[in-house]
Design a protein around this ligand. Structure first.
Ligand code: PHE
Length: 367
């Protein structure tokens, strides 16, 4: 402990000496100028403008001065601190904008660069609906069967009770595969898969077969020489038309929702007896009196054609090695293309067959 210094001149107290204040200020300004990041500035702010910075500490000394000296010292320190605060603000703005610039530059995306141009593509609606139909039947315990598109005449016709002179052969305008003696056709329906299945499996049989079929139709907005069907065949003991109706109604509901139903109109197919044309309740207007007249999908009918069906003719069972005394069954064939064009309001059937990805893309990539 030293004795009080009687010569002590508070104006000369070192931290408040004008040179010393100027030095602190200049040091602070130099540190501000040297800081080149927001983080560095934060440290500079603590060191030179914070509570424990030399200028803040000098400020505290002012109180120790005689009253007449306080004003001048206060001004000096205040000016110095003001200069530092200002410099900090200016430098912060500068550094922040430089950092933003740098980030923008670093994250820049050149939208004019060439891409690799490969589009993901999409599944064709025929594929999607075929698989959807197969799934519905597989869920009931059925199996999926397949057959060739180039088919033996015997399987496409004879086995199905369409003998060589049967007038119904002309119902299906056939593409014959040359040479003629080969007795080979492009299958005119998926029904030969019925014959193939019965010839290779023992009942009970429950199969569906989606596939491509061919007829010599002109290509126009509503016809195509290539189209798609899904065949169904059930052979078991005691099966009847009632099982057929129940199966088709379930199928219609699985695709179009509750309340869907089908209706049968008497018809003729050589391979089924009795036979029916099958219509689906119009899935747009539901045959509601208020909507049906103006419905474009069913054209005011209330029903849309869906396919043919019936109880398998015993002659077909016999031809395919199934005992008609023990077994009976039902079959149906449904047109898939019209189902798609109706459902998606596609005006021109040809769109389904053009192979243009711009058509398939909106259907998405369903997996
Ligand atoms: N194969 C028939 C057709 O293409 C449809 C059908 C299948 C009818 C099964 C009855 C039973 O027109």
């Amino acid at each position: 402990m030293s004795a009080p210094n009687s010569d002590y001149d508070p104006v000369e107290v070192t931290p408040l000496h004008p040179d010393e204040i100027a030095r602190m200020r200049d040091e602070a300004l130099a540190a501000v100028a040297a800081a080149d990041s927001v983080a560095a500035l934060k440290q500079v702010r603590i060191d030179h403008a914070g509570d424990r910075s030399p200028l803040a500490l000098a400020n505290r000394e002012i109180g120790a001065l005689p009253p007449q000296a306080r004003k001048e010292a206060g001004q000096r320190v205040g000016q110095a601190r003001g200069a530092v605060t200002q410099a900090l603000a200016a430098r912060t703005a500068e550094v922040e904008s430089a950092e933003l610039e740098r980030a923008l530059e670093a994250e820049k995306v050149d939208v004019t660069l060439p891409t690799d141009g490969r589009r993901p593509g999409a599944r064709h609606p025929v594929t999607t609906i075929s698989e959807h139909v197969a799934d519905i039947f597989v869920a009931m315990g059925w199996e999926v069967a397949e057959g060739p598109e180039v088919e033996a005449e015997w399987l496409n016709f004879d086995a199905l009770n369409l003998g060589p002179d049967h007038p119904a052969r002309t119902m299906q305008d056939t593409f014959w595969v040359s040479p003629e003696q080969a007795a080979t056709v492009l299958r005119t329906h998926t029904s030969p898969v019925q014959a193939r299945t019965m010839l290779t499996r023992k009942p009970p049989i429950y199969v569906v077969c989606p596939g491509r079929v061919f007829r010599t139709d002109e290509l126009d907005a509503t016809h195509s020489p290539v189209f798609h069907q899904v065949e169904g065949l059930a052979i078991d003991e005691g099966l009847s038309m009632a099982h057929l109706k129940g199966t088709l109604d379930h199928f219609a509901q699985a695709i179009y929702g509750d309340g869907m139903t089908t209706r049968f109109r008497p018809s003729y197919f050589p391979f089924t007896e009795p036979s029916a044309e099958m219509d689906l309740l119009c899935y747009v207007c539901h045959n509601e009196p208020a909507d049906v007249a103006s419905c474009r999908t069913c054209k005011g009918e209330g029903w849309v054609e869906w396919g043919g069906c019936g109880v398998v003719n015993p002659r077909v069972l016999t031809a395919c090695g199934v005992d008609p005394e023990r077994y009976s069954g039902f079959a149906f064939g449904i047109g898939l293309d019209r189902t798609i064009t109706g459902r998606y309001d596609i005006a021109d059937l040809r769109d389904l067959f053009d192979g243009d990805v711009r058509f398939t893309e909106p259907f998405g990539v369903e997996l």
